[in-house]
Design a protein around this ligand. Structure first.
Ligand code: NAD
Length: 258
């Protein structure tokens, strides 16, 4: 997909990975960029607007745990722009001590945002089609015991996004789906891991996690925006240490038809 002239919605655009993605996206001559996030970062917004006067950049307050916030933000964005071409669900929280919130932000929020966006994008409902990118994690590819709740939520996001990419759905909606699974990336999400693990007792996994190599958010962002340009429906992409690897997840169950 050529991003020039496109309207993009980015959820979590003020986060560590989000800000770097926005900077990368703004080099593509977007028509408009809507940043949905919990709190406004006026400084970042002002800098982006000054640096990219040709792009309509605006903020919508969204608490992704609130369906009504999500609906209001998409509604306001559709009224302002007419349509949007790309949505990135990039909000996130890693804190297994907050069980409900971890599921709400990392899984339920992604589902609600996706279903709401489809109301506007789905060709069978009068939309123009497009691309939805959901940010999962390497913890959404394999069990990650140190953060079992986060891993469960991210695995849900991977599976939900792959399901949405079903060719039968695509034939109706014209909306492609890509799952992004970053490895450890240097952002506030990883601050103070020991206070956010599933259990309070010390495990050797914590020592190992504290020593895992981390990629720079700008390297993750560059590959993420390239994945948006490739827009390969159904792709699951691991973004690890500045590289992109497409992950082939096999079907284990083959239904036996009567
Ligand atoms: N940093 C990593 O190592 C890493 C690895 C794999 C996946 N990820 C995923 O990448 C995405 C971006 O994470 P990041 O590393 O930039 O983290 P971050 O903490 O820097 O950013 C998280 C973003 O989510 C937003 N957010 C949190 N709660 C919200 C809520 N209730 N409503 C709306 N927005 C909310 C925050 O405001 C922020 O903009 C997340 O989905 C995260 O799970 C990160």
């Amino acid at each position: 997909m050529d991003l020039a002239g496109k309207n993009v919605v980015y959820l979590g655009g003020f986060g560590g990975i989000g800000q770097k993605c926005v900077q990368e996206l703004l080099r593509r001559q977007l028509k408009a960029l809507a940043v949905f996030d919990l709190t406004e970062n006026a400084e970042a917004l002002a800098e982006w607007r000054t640096g990219t006067p040709g792009t309509d950049i605006f903020y919508q307050q969204v608490d992704i745990t609130k369906k009504e916030d999500i609906e209001a933000a998409y509604n306001a964005t559709a009224e302002r722009l007419g349509h949007f071409d790309v949505v990135v669900n990039g909000s996130g929280l890693m804190n297994d001590r907050l069980v409900e919130l971890t599921i709400q932000i990392n899984l339920l929020g992604v589902i609600q945002s996706t279903l709401t966006a489809l109301e506007y994008m789905d060709k069978s409902k009068g939309g123009r089609g497009g691309l939805i990118v959901n940010i999962s994690s390497v913890a959404g590819l394999q069990p990650t015991a140190l953060m079992a709740i986060y891993s469960a939520a991210k695995t849900g996001t991977t599976s939900f996004t792959r399901s949405m990419a079903n060719p039968i759905y695509f034939a109706h909606s014209g909306v492609s789906f890509v799952t992004i699974c970053p490895g450890f990336t240097e952002t506030p999400l990883l601050d103070d891991i020991s206070s956010k693990t599933t259990f309070t007792y010390h495990t050797p996994m914590l020592d190992m996690f504290n020593r895992v190599r981390r990629q720079k958010p700008e390297d993750c962002a560059r590959n993420l925006v390239q994945a948006m340009e490739q827009a390969k429906n159904g792709a699951v992409l691991m973004l690890e240490l500045g590289e992109t690897q497409e992950i082939d997840i096999p079907d284990f169950w083959k239904p036996q038809i009567e």
